[in-house]
Each structure stands twice: as structure tokens, then as C-alpha cells.
Design a protein. Structure first.
Length: 365
């Protein structure tokens, strides 16, 4: 169990080019217009058709059809209800799949990774997180860590793999390494076919060690480039004997997630256990949207225990209304240890490092 928990949201991947939730669909439209996602053009066009139909909801109810999380959640619920404006009931599954592919390809084309010698190297800020996790592990006294993230992209995973930092997704019991708990799935996770479906993750350490870019770039030997991870992951998983679907495992950010419970329940359970013991909780790039009841419930149930919380800190360049949302969620004991910093991801990591290592020095004295 971890002493320190990093809760990582979409804002942490902005440094690598990822769009935030409110600009995600705008970025997807740009990619479609630039013909950078022609391999999934039909799915993009279907997804935008769904968004246009969802605008009709505005006449009787409010729905943020410009926010990818709201749209994803709405279409997922529509699959259960068998009712989606403008879409026949037997086409809703295909509509949801189209939206998944829009998310996948937009992330793949937007996030740029450092490269060296034709190999992907992760991203600068996430490599700093990997260094901090390793430093906390090796210091005296040592602090164990866990990462809880809502992000689908592989920027953390690949950065950890390149740094040689062993990690586990928590999909199976007994796996060793730093818990990297991806609560909403990941681009490198495949879903096996058949009645008893399970999640088969592609090992990004293998990707870091074996994948090489096929083309050499003139003028810049080490360019920043997007990673075609999804297609490659499916190919590798199939070569390893896993009969997986082409579509990766992405779980919509709804509070229920009932249909996905059996497949990903171990990850959520591990997250709750990590929260129970944590002495330090650092929230970075996550604004606690009002619609996210899942995290509120996970936090409430997970943090129940006998451990004493030393610090809970939130890092956001625009702390309002983020601070007020957290204050409404936290109990009185946590509020006494609560602090907000108007800092971006990288700045926040430096502050956390100073905070934790200052604590270690005081203890040695």
C-alpha cells in the first residue's frame, strides 16, 4: 500500500499536446479537416453526427455537448436506454464505438512523444514524475507511491517504462511494481473476445525496447512524434495468443460503470485500498467536475480507515472553482490538511518534491 498517492487528470497531459475535455471535439474536427485521421473518417463523421443530434436535448434539458466526457457518458447511457436522438436503436452500439475511435485517434495524433534513435522516450513532465517516484522509493525513510489516473493515453506508462520503473496496472492480484491504476482504461489495453471477456494489457516496456520508427527524419534526429500505439498493441497482443478486439478498453466517465465492472473491478478495488493507507494525496490536472460522482464515492469509501492524513494538495493553474469543489467533498479532518496551489503539472511536481524531502530532513534531525 502507498504512502503517497498522485491523482492525475487530463490537465497533466496538456504539456504533451493532449486537448482538455472542453476542447477535445474541436481538436478532433481539426484532425479530420487536415485528413490526419482518414483511417477512421467514417467513425469521426458518425461521432460528429451524434454530437449534432445531442444538441436537440438543449430545448428541454442541459447537456454540455461540447465536452467529450459529457458526450461519451450520454451515448453510453443511451446504449442502456436504447434511445439516442437521431440514431436508430440498433445503431447505438456503432455510434458508441465511433465515439471511442474519435477519442483514440485524437489522443494518438495529438500527444507528441520525445524520441531518441528512432525509439519513443515518453514525455518530459511524466519522466519527472517517474524520477520523483524513484527518488521517494530510494530515500531514507522511503515512501511508497501509487498513481490513480483518469487518462486513457499512454504518456505516463511509456515514460515509466523508458525510465526502467517497474509498474503494475492492478488488473490482477499479486502483480509487483508501482501501482499505475488507470480507472477509465487505456489505449494499450485489449479486450478479449468470447463470453468471459477479460482485459489484456500490452506491455509498454516491450514497446519501449523493441518498437522503432520506420522513417528517418532529416534535420531533426530526435523529433517529437505521435505514437500509433493502439494498432501496434492489438497486433502484438494477437501475436502473443490473445484473441482481442481491435477497439481498446475505454470506460466512460459515468458514476455507474456497471457494464464494465467485472472487467476492471480489480483496478477500482486496488485504488480504494491505496487511498485507505495514504498519508499524502496530491491531485494534479484534475478539476473534480460536478458530474463525476464516481470519484467522489471512490474517495469517500477508499479513504475510510485508521491512517492519519498528513497532506492533501490540489495543483491547478486556475484553482477556482476547483478549490470550492474539493472543499465541498472533503470532511473536516481532511480540510485541516488541505491546500491548493495555482501551479501547472511540472511546477506542482517541484513543489511536491520540496515538500516531501523537507519532511524527510526534519525527521532525520
Amino acid at each position: 500500500m502507498a504512502d503517497v498517492i498522485f491523482i492525475v487528470g487530463a490537465g497533466c497531459s496538456v504539456h504533451a499536446g493532449a486537448p482538455v475535455m472542453s476542447t477535445f471535439l474541436d481538436r478532433a474536427r481539426e484532425l479530420l479537416a487536415a485528413k490526419e485521421v482518414d483511417d477512421r473518417r467514417q467513425q469521426f463523421e458518425t461521432a460528429f453526427e451524434v454530437v449534432s443530434y445531442l444538441q436537440r436535448v438543449h430545448s428541454k434539458a442541459r447537456l454540455d455537448h461540447n465536452n467529450i466526457e459529457s458526450v461519451f457518458s450520454a451515448v453510453d447511457l443511451a446504449r442502456t436506454l436504447r434511445k439516442l436522438p437521431g440514431i436508430p436503436a440498433d445503431k447505438i452500439d456503432a455510434a458508441l464505438s465511433s465515439l471511442v475511435w474519435l477519442i483514440v485517434r485524437t489522443l494518438e495524433q495529438s500527444i507528441k512523444f520525445d524520441t531518441r534513435g528512432g525509439a519513443f522516450q515518453g514525455t518530459s513532465e511524466y519522466q519527472k514524475l517517474a524520477d520523483l517516484v524513484a527518488e521517494l522509493r530510494d530515500r531514507e525513510p522511503a515512501l511508497t507511491t501509487a498513481i490513480l489516473t483518469f487518462n486513457y493515453d499512454i504518456a505516463i506508462d511509456l515514460s515509466f517504462a523508458v525510465k526502467g520503473l517497474n509498474f503494475t496496472y492492478g488488473l490482477k492480484d499479486g502483480e509487483q511494481g508501482v501501482p499505475l491504476l488507470k480507472l477509465h482504461g487505456s489505449l494499450n489495453w485489449g479486450r478479449t473476445k468470447g463470453e468471459k471477456r477479460t482485459i489484456a494489457p500490452y506491455d509498454l516496456r516491450h514497446y519501449a525496447q523493441t518498437y522503432r520508427l520506420q522513417h528517418w527524419f532529416k534535420g531533426d534526429d530526435n523529433p517529437q512524434l505521435p505514437s500509433p500505439i493502439t494498432k501496434h498493441a492489438v497486433e502484438q497482443l494477437k501475436q502473443q495468443g490473445n484473441d482481442v478486439e481491435d477497439e481498446p478498453v475505454l470506460v466512460p466517465p459515468t458514476w455507474s460503470k456497471g457494464e464494465y465492472h467485472r472487467e476492471i473491478a480489480n483496478v477500482w478495488s486496488r485504488a480504494a485500498r491505496e487511498l485507505e493507507r495514504a498519508r499524502y494525496i496530491f491531485v494534479l490536472g484534475y478539476s473534480l467536475p460536478e458530474t463525476d460522482q464516481f470519484f467522489r464515492l471512490l474517495f469517500a469509501l477508499g479513504t475510510e480507515g485508521q491512517s492519519i492524513l498528513s497532506k492533501i494538495a490540489v495543483f491547478d493553474p486556475k484553482p477556482e472553482p476547483v478549490e470550492s469543489r474539493f472543499r465541498e467533498m472533503l470532511g473536516h479532518a481532511a480540510l485541516e490538511r488541505f491546500e491548493v496551489f495555482a501551479q501547472q503539472f511540472g511546477e506542482g511536481l517541484s513543489t511536491i518534491e520540496s515538500m516531501l524531502f523537507a519532511t524527510a530532513k526534519r525527521r532525520r534531525r
